[in-house]
Design a protein around this ligand. Structure first.
Ligand SMILES: NC(=O)c1ccc[n+]([C@@H]2O[C@H](COP(=O)([O-])OP(=O)(O)OC[C@H]3O[C@@H](n4cnc5c(N)ncnc54)[C@H](O)[C@@H]3O)[C@@H](O)[C@H]2O)c1
Length: 371
């Protein structure tokens, strides 16, 4: 059966998935948006065969074997579950679900159904991130002593800024940690090969009320009380008692979309910053520090900051996903993030939420991942 995809969601990520699937020569059959009007418009613009009116229509379409979910977070669980039950493979945006209870159910369901799953942790796919992982896992720079970094943005700086991510019913109880911290946690766990075992979180809601005044604001234009964090610093203990620290905020003027990490290991340090995706800094004690550069013109999109280059990471991620799908053996360990990684991310997020509330260290139980 030829692979045919349905995409759910017509926003920023709906377009990004569409373009990357096309680059990989994957057939997109149809689209579902939040209204028939939006779905029709998207289908016309991208010259898709059809648009759907309901998610059930996708489930009932025998030609569809993969569903891409690019909708706001609260929709991921129900749609992923229904698609897996209907025997369809699922590629889902991050964070995988709203809670770890939901992601656990999806992870075990996918295993039972023997279906392919992927979570769109695209940042893993930068060549210099892959290089860093290889340097860590081969032992070239020694054993990690400290994992540190940040993910900073500025698009929610003003009290008039608004997005569905701010509403916990749509984005989840964690906003900044769920939206961008989830990428950082996945990234450093992937690069270091170490999972988070314990967390201690400090949160701040900087604007405890917002008066949205943007194109996508709620219509009423009134003051809205805010319950999701604008800022977080989280302390970590990774496996082997390796300490870590992450700062995330969407209110740091001048930082558009800047993810960065540094790993200080027993021989050397490495550092990578999304502002210059094609460079990896390597720090030494005895010799001159180095900057390793990706030689080929890897990203075609001008300046190689994270935003300009990210379409390439989607291309690479789906290349791997669809090669894996073509092999057809879903017991094989995938070389891309799956629902197992999505569930791991949610276990860490749940622990962070609890820690911020209780102001104490909280353990992350990783038992599910070995079952
Ligand atoms: N991997 C990444 O780098 C990355 C980047 C941005 C967003 N995301 C994730 O992608 C998802 C979507 O984010 P976005 O920035 O594209 O948001 P967006 O607001 O641009 O798009 C969301 C789309 O979903 C549609 N939608 C809402 N309800 C729907 C429904 N019931 N059925 C069908 N469509 C519906 C909306 O109309 C909208 O077009 C989120 O989970 C987000 O965390 C990931």
């Amino acid at each position: 059966m030829e692979t045919q995809v349905a995409i759910v969601g017509t926003g920023l990520m709906g377009v990004a998935h569409t373009n990357a699937l096309r680059t990989n020569g994957v057939q997109i059959r149809g689209i579902l948006g939040s209204s028939a009007e939006k779905s029709k418009k998207f289908a016309e613009e991208f010259k898709l065969l059809k648009y759907y009116r309901t998610f059930e229509e996708i489930l009932a379409d025998p030609e569809i074997n993969v569903v891409h979910l690019t909708t706001p977070n609260y929709l991921h669980f129900d749609h992923a579950k229904a698609a897996l039950m209907a025997g369809k493979h699922v590629v889902c945006e991050k964070p995988l679900t709203m809670t770890a209870d939901e992601s656990r159910e999806l992870y075990f369901l996918a295993k039972k159904q023997k279906l392919m799953t992927a979570v769109n942790f695209n940042v893993r796919m930068y060549p210099m991130v892959q290089k860093a992982r290889q340097m860590l896992l081969s032992g070239e720079i020694g054993f990690p002593y400290l994992i540190q970094g940040s993910y900073l943005q500025d698009w929610l700086l003003y009290p008039s800024d608004w997005n569905w991510r701010i509403n916990p019913e749509i984005g989840g109880n964690l906003r900044t940690v769920g939206d961008i911290g989830s990428h950082w946690i996945d990234l450093v766990s992937y690069v270091s090969g170490l999972k988070v075992k314990e967390v201690f979180a400090d949160f701040k809601i900087i604007h405890d009320k917002r008066t949205p005044n943007t194109d996508n604001s709620p219509k009423e234009n009134k003051e809205i009380p805010i319950s999701t964090e604008d800022y977080a610093t989280v302390l970590f203990r990774f496996e082997h008692d390796v300490p870590g620290v992450m700062t995330v905020s969407q209110m740091c003027a001048g930082h558009k979309n800047e993810i960065a990490y540094e790993i200080n290991a027993s021989q050397s340090s490495i550092a990578w910053n999304g502002a210059k995706v094609d460079e990896l800094w390597v720090g030494h004690r005895e010799t001159t520090n180095q900057v390793i550069r990706q030689d080929e013109n890897w990203a075609k999109n001008g300046d190689k900051d994270e935003t300009a280059a990210f379409p390439e990471t989607f291309n690479e991620l789906y290349r791997r996903v669809y090669e894996y799908l073509a092999k057809g053996d879903f017991d094989l360990e995938p070389d891309f993030p799956s629902f197992k990684d999505g569930h791991y991310g949610m276990l860490v997020l749940d622990a962070i939420e609890k820690s911020a509330k209780e102001k104490t260290w909280v353990q992350v139980s990783l038992d599910d991942l070995n079952r």
